[in-house]
Ligand binder design. Structure first.
Ligand SMILES: NC(=O)c1ccc[n+]([C@@H]2O[C@H](COP(=O)([O-])OP(=O)(O)OC[C@H]3O[C@@H](n4cnc5c(N)ncnc54)[C@H](OP(=O)(O)O)[C@@H]3O)[C@@H](O)[C@H]2O)c1
Length: 407
């Protein structure tokens, strides 16, 4: 009988307790695949267990505490003691990636984190292993289930932003304090982790610019539907002229984009590469049992040699000004010449109009336009000038549009 494979478990909350149950249920099946039977050798919470004792009795440490400290000290301590580590901790990985990668390389241990991004969707494995030899050009991701649920609810039922957030909280899709989700911060942390893997580059949360969904209104969604567009909170990581851009913002998608049909609390990631054209994976982005399944998959991978080791990463410059298409919503005085004035200011910055919807509302009119791709700095310069026109009745609203369709 081979020795059991001893798993030290740090954290026993939603994911930790689901992971322990799953590991106990699946231990025999894992033994059949990996040759050793995994067992929990100790559990650490705020009220039980000692890290040093658990470390001494473990072949691998699973960190499911969350947050930066003390998780960082425990993960580094485990790797420095020669233990493989599996974690679901996006905050830690996105803020201390260099230190963690370095510790994994120096100590020749595995650092696995499938559950940190997009829950059970196996995007980390696909980038780190399946596409390890491919040149990845771009990722687009819906990596936050809360905001995807809120936007789907607003588009589907006409609910306001506040109503949709309240409904998400009732259903357990949003935390009591949803700030990290709705501001885009959670998605930004996940995109930093994906960019690190996709581009073999030392990307941190501080390299990612992000916007949230708090300012989205129902009428933006209604006009967009007339133009054949769906609104999502999209994370993008792409190569631009030898540099990288990693960002999160609301964006409209045309119906042929693989992410346009991802609704509710689901997550999905699209990978584009000249070698593979495009692949998209989708599935539940959170939940105790779902996340636990991704954690167990990492444990099994770590048990089966040969180990895939982290390696040292390049520093690639971050590009701040990128090319985007835009949706522009203007409330204007309904009088002759306004559209021409707007078009002239756009034209001065090389912004050209792809489509326009105009609605008369008594003395006022709404102009809703989709604009062709242009450098963002040029677009925002034009919008600043448009905002100063006499005929403008409220601050212009703009949302990016992703133009690709893969059908
Ligand atoms: N929940 C999800 O659906 C989901 C999805 C994807 C990824 N994740 C990630 O999974 C990780 C765990 O999330 P969760 O939802 O399971 O969290 P949780 O329910 O809040 O559980 C956290 C656990 O960590 C323990 N803990 C907290 N501070 C500690 C400390 N200082 N020392 C020792 N133990 C401590 C807690 O102990 P007590 O029991 O004593 O309070 C609890 O057992 C996080 O990194 C999260 O981002 C979660």
């Amino acid at each position: 009988m081979p020795d059991p494979f001893r798993v030290g478990l740090l954290g026993h909350g939603t994911v930790g307790s689901a992971f322990r149950r799953l590991l106990e249920q699946r231990a025999e099946a894992v033994a059949g695949v990996a040759g050793r039977r995994p067992e929990i050798s100790g559990v650490l919470t705020r009220s039980q267990g000692s890290f040093e004792d658990i470390l001494a009795r473990s072949d691998l440490v699973v960190e499911l505490i969350g947050g930066v400290e003390p998780a960082r000290q425990y993960v580094l301590g485990a790797m420095r003691a020669g233990r493989h580590v599996v974690t679901a901790n996006k905050q830690l990985l996105s803020q201390h990636g260099d230190e963690l990668w370095e510790a994994a390389v120096e100590n020749e241990v595995q650092l696995r984190f499938e559950a940190a991004v997009a829950g059970v969707v196996p995007i980390v494995r696909v980038l780190a292993e399946t596409l390890a030899g491919s040149y990845v050009e771009r990722l687009h991701g819906i990596v936050n289930g809360t905001t995807n649920y809120v936007l789907s609810e607003m588009a589907g039922t006409g609910a306001s932003y506040a109503e949709a957030v309240a409904h998400a909280q009732e259903l357990g899709y949003a935390e009591a304090d949803p700030t990290e989700d709705v501001t885009g911060l959670d998605a930004a942390a996940k995109m930093a982790i994906l960019a690190r893997l996709a581009f073999d580059a030392a990307v941190d949360l501080s390299d990612v610019r992000y916007e949230g969904i708090e300012h989205i209104t129902v009428d933006d969604l209604e006009y967009a539907r007339e133009l054949g567009l769906q609104l999502k909170l999209i994370g993008t990581a792409e190569r631009i002229d030898g540099g990288l851009s990693v960002r999160v913002h609301p964006a409209f998608l045309y119906g042929g984009h693989p992410l346009a049909s991802v609704n509710g609390p689901f997550n999905a990631v699209t990978v584009e590469s000249p070698d593979i054209t495009e692949i998209t994976m989708s599935g539940p982005g959170a939940g105790g049992p779902q996340t636990a399944s991704a954690v167990l998959g990492d444990v099994v991978s770590a048990m089966i040699p040969p180990p895939s080791l982290p390696h040292r990463l390049e520093r690639i410059p971050i590009v701040s000004d990128v090319v985007s298409a835009f949706y522009l919503h203007l409330e204007v005085a309904d009088r002759p010449g306004v559209l021409a004035q707007v078009a002239e200011l756009l034209g001065l910055q090389d912004v050209s109009v792809k489509s326009v919807v105009q609605k008369g509302l008594g003395d006022e009119a709404r102009l809703v336009m989709v604009l062709h791709p242009v450098l963002e700095s040029r677009f925002f310069a034009a919008v600043r000038l448009i905002g100063r026109l006499d005929a403008i009745r409220s601050a212009p609203r703009s949302i990016r549009v992703i133009e690709e369709e893969f059908v």
